[in-house]
Design a protein around this ligand. Sequence first.
Ligand code: FES
Length: 168
Amino acid sequence: MVATGSLAAIGAVATAWPFINNLNPAADTLALSTIEVNVAPIAVGQAVTVKWRGKPVFIRHRTPDEIAKAKAVKLSELPDPETDAARVTDANKKVRPEWLVLVGVCTHLGCVPLGNKSGDQRGEFGGWFCPCHGSAYDTSGRIRKGPAPKNLEVPQFVFATDTLVRIG
Ligand code: FES
């Protein structure tokens, strides 16, 4: 498992005020508001799914071909126009096209799209495919076909180091 993450400071706060602890959100909820994922074990072409704030988050290590395909798409072809570069820029404005981080929830009615596991169907645009009603996303997680109105959401993320991404 490559997901780790907790906020030690929150544990300390919870211990300092044991009597009002029940009024606060559960410690495990707080701990999951930010997660850190070591992406070093994710090979090119592979992806992992981690849980963040109760939702699946997809982290894909894109191949050069997937990156090239995502970059080549004209904005005019997109129902929800967004450049690939904008989607792979972290909170420190660092652009790392090989890493795509997405909330894995279809923007139609909330199913979890296929395409993150090897052997999954990825749909005709090579990214993800939601079998619930047939939405197809491209290698940037942008909606290309089907009833979903929006691209898969890119959560707030930042690369703390070359191999450690912090989400949230
Ligand atoms: S929930 Fe994904 S297409 Fe309907």
